[in-house]
Design a protein around this ligand. Structure first.
Ligand code: PMP
Length: 760
């Protein structure tokens, strides 16, 4: 090959005896030509008519820059004509038709080989501003017509590569940003100023002498696009390896702004445009690897791009736009008026609705395990289990909106989603549980379950657990000790039999045999009960009781005792279901039992209001003897589509396994922490459903003041967690299942800090 190049150089450029060195290139071949004192770059491209048009446009662009301004001209490569005057050659190279062209060589060190400094970052912004000012007066129809994957404005073209990304959660991150782009950027594109831009100011195209940016090469990606995309691309590569991208971002944007004042709309969209470029990069890398696993140049930036996508996700859009506007002394949007919001809410709504934290949070957006407030603050969500597969998960959003745009009706009509979702859901249950009733909340599910039990057993009494909570309907409250036994509660109904919470940490019985002992007591109560018990309702891990797992060995004998006197057993899986406990899909499976009825809610729709009762054919058949059951919304096509999407994501992203692995790590780290902090009395739960029992050191006496301090201190440090239990002394953590080990480290570290700050 080099021999053939040598012959071409002599024929077309009268260059003899030169040194020819092959250099890396993304999609074409580049050769460094050294002829005596002079250096050139000879580029060849596989012949393609479309490519030829773009190369001609690039040639004109470079000639424009050359004559634009003498000083600036030194900072770009110049086209070198062949001896026949042509800048672009149609050549035969080793039997292949290629396009050839010669450029001047720009000496310097690639930015990628030098550490970024304050000065070099500033220079980069200034240089890009100068370049874009020069390009403003250039135009070309080829660039106007160019429509390809590396142009941020055409982000959606990369959709076809998303499945080339091997990790399904990473696919979801890219899909999330595509969806955000469609929602936030797409309609604004016509309002952005446009011009021809370089469009690839990455660290392997920008050249420096020490801290000084001396120029840029490779205009192969130039296009006619929103001007702000120039900056978005440059920021992507300048920041993608930085632990904290914000300071670098600010320096570069500020310097660019000195040259070309940015508009508010450009700053508002920059976050999404940078995210888009990162997505374009990772998608193209994934695709390139699939097509040609040997092409290492195409994947050179992949790790950094993923690193920044994760950081970017955690930062959120508002923080970026507010920070930049402030740095540029631009007009800031009005801050949300939290006190006003609260007052307005209390004007129209009952104050019986509580608000978390003494300083309430005004939420604006959320993404996976992060939530963002109206001030641009980003919170790590270690608490909310309703967005089970992640806040605003793109698969759930897409399925919901597609179905909403197509059909939403009720179960009195036939549609595919109802039976197909029911089938998919029931596959997750052991065989006898083969009928499902869809409703719209956990409470509605509890209420219906109790009715089903009564209808089947012809009995009225229910056994419930101390500190249990099962819903807000009258029946729900009746069986919820957490509510009826509250000082302001209604008290216990005569049809309700309350039994002790089988708590092996703080209860009457402790240690490995405690489950059996609690069971014996409960069985005695069942036997001594006045009349027979219709049903027994319990969560496998009692959330409101302070994340207390039922002591091992308890549930099986109690279920047997209930059944032996003609009753049914209900497992409330509203909190513990759908893989959260890690080792099993349902909490009851941890106890080796199969309930007669299962109550579902919260995570089932990832925030969409959907609940269900799953039961046996026999129980359902008894209910069928009564009046019609109809729920206006239960099982509607949109809810079913959402439910299916949630199940799909759990499966695709391996979220049950993630709950198990990350949950195990979480427990281990919390146990470690308890060694240095005796105020951590117990760490318990399963998977990503954990409780940290805060005690007075050396005792099991609760310390709710410290628990509250930890909760509020975490909130001040932008981590969401809660407290619960009879004394509100148990830290409750049950994050979206995409929570990862580094999220765990952050929470555990902050708990450590909070405890330390309390004792000072
Ligand atoms: N059961 C349990 C165990 C719950 O935690 C809840 C809600 N906290 C419910 C039932 C009631 O669900 P919903 O709020 O959806 O009505």
């Amino acid at each position: 090959m080099l021999n053939s190049i040598e012959i071409l150089l002599e024929e077309y450029f009268e260059l003899r005896n030169c040194q020819i060195k092959s250099m890396v290139g993304y999609a074409n071949s580049n050769y460094l030509i050294t002829a005596g004192e002079e250096k050139f770059v000879f580029k060849t491209y596989r012949y393609d008519k479309e490519e030829l048009g773009i190369i001609q446009a690039e040639n004109e662009l470079l000639l424009h820059l050359k004559k634009y301004n003498k000083h600036l001209a030194m900072r770009f490569p110049h086209p070198i004509p062949a001896r026949n005057g042509a800048f672009i050659l149609d050549l035969q190279l080793d039997g292949q038709r290629v396009i050839g062209r010669m450029l001047s060589f720009l000496a310097g060190e690639f930015s990628g080989n030098l550490p970024m400094t304050l000065a070099s970052a500033q220079e980069l912004g200034t240089f890009l501003g100068d370049m874009d000012l020069a390009l403003e007066s250039f135009d070309h129809p080829e660039y106007r017509a160019r429509r390809w994957e590396w142009d941020i404005q055409h982000l959606t073209l990369i959709r076809k590569y998303v499945t080339d990304i091997p990790d399904p959660h990473r696919q979801s991150i890219v899909r999330y940003f595509i969806q955000q782009f469609e929602a936030e950027v797409m309609d604004q594109l016509p309002n952005l100023r446009r011009q021809v831009i370089h469009n690839d100011a990455n660290e392997w195209n920008v050249l420096q002498h020490d801290d000084r940016v001396i120029g840029i090469i490779d205009f192969g990606d130039a296009t006619y696009s929103p001007l702000i995309n120039e900056l978005a691309v440059a920021l992507t590569y300048a920041c993608y390896d930085k632990e904290d991208p914000m300071p670098w971002l600010t320096i570069i944007v500020k310097a660019y702004h000195q040259k070309i004042p940015l508009e508010l709309i450009e700053l508002d969209l920059l976050y999404y445009l940078v995210a888009a470029r990162l997505c374009i990069s990772v998608c193209n890398s994934a695709h390139a690897r699939k097509v040609d696993p040997e092409n290492t140049y195409a994947t050179v930036s992949e790790d950094h791009a993923w690193f920044m996508l994760d950081r970017w996700l955690a930062i959120g859009s508002k923080q970026v736009s507010l920070h930049l506007k402030e740095a540029l002394n631009m007009q800031l949007p009005e801050s949300p008026d939290v006190a006003g919001q609260l007052a307005n809410r209390n004007k129209h709504l009952s104050s019986i609705l509580s608000v978390s934290y003494s300083a309430p949070i005004y939420m604006d957006r959320a993404a996976f395990q992060y939530m963002f407030d109206g001030y641009g603050n980003s919170y790590l969500d270690a608490y909310n289990n309703i967005p089970h597969v992640g806040h605003c998960h793109p698969h759930v959003v897409a399925r919901a909106s597609a179905q909403m745009a197509k059909l939403n009706t009720n179960t009195r009509y036939l549609y595919d989603q109802l039976a197909s979702y029911a089938e998919q859901l029931l596959m997750k249950f052991p065989k006898p549980l083969s009928k499902v009733f869809f409703v719209n909340s956990g409470s509605a599910a509890t209420d219906l379950a109790l009715r089903l039990v009564k209808k089947h057993t012809f009995k009225q009494q229910f056994m419930v657990l101390e500190h249990g909570y099962h819903g807000n309907t009258q029946l729900g409250i009746d069986v919820s000790d957490y509510k009826f036994n509250h000082p302001k509660g209604q008290g216990q109904q005569t049809y309700v039999l309350k039994t002790a919470l089988p708590d092996s940490f703080r209860g009457k019985y402790q240690g490995p045999e405690s489950g059996i002992k609690y069971a014996k007591d409960a069985i005695r109560e069942i036997q001594n009960c006045h009349g027979e018990i219709a049903g027994f309702i319990a969560e496998p891990i009692v959330g409101c009781g302070g994340q207390v797992p039922l002591a091992p060995g308890y549930l099986k004998p109690v279920y047997e005792a209930i059944r032996s006197q003609g009753g049914l057993c209900i497992s409330d899986e509203v909190q513990t279901g759908f893989g959260r406990v890690g080792d099993h899909f349902w909490g009851f499976e941890r106890h080796g039992v199969v309930p007669d009825l299962v109550i579902l809610g919260k995570p089932m729709g990832n925030g969409h209001p959907i609940g269900a009762v799953v039961t046996t054919d026999e129980v359902a058949a008894s209910f069928e003897k009564g009046v019609e059951f109809f729920s206006s919304f239960g099982g509607n096509p949109v809810s079913c589509a959402v439910g299916q999407a949630v199940l799909d994501v759990i499966e695709m992203e391996g979220l049950q396994q993630q709950a198990q692995q990350v949950g195990k790590y979480y427990q281990k780290q919390l146990h470690e922490l308890s060694k240095t902090h005796p105020c951590i009395g117990d760490v318990r739960g399963a998977g990503l459903f954990l409780g940290v029992d805060i005690v007075q050191p050396g005792t099991k006496a609760t310390d709710s003041a410290l628990a509250a301090h930890i909760k509020n201190s975490l909130r001040q440090n932008f981590i969401l967690i809660s407290t619960d239990g009879p004394d509100d002394s148990v830290l409750k953590t049950k994050p979206p299942l995409c929570f990862n080990q580094s999220n765990v480290d952050r929470v555990v570290d902050q708990i450590d800090q909070a405890i330390k700050s309390y004792s000072i």
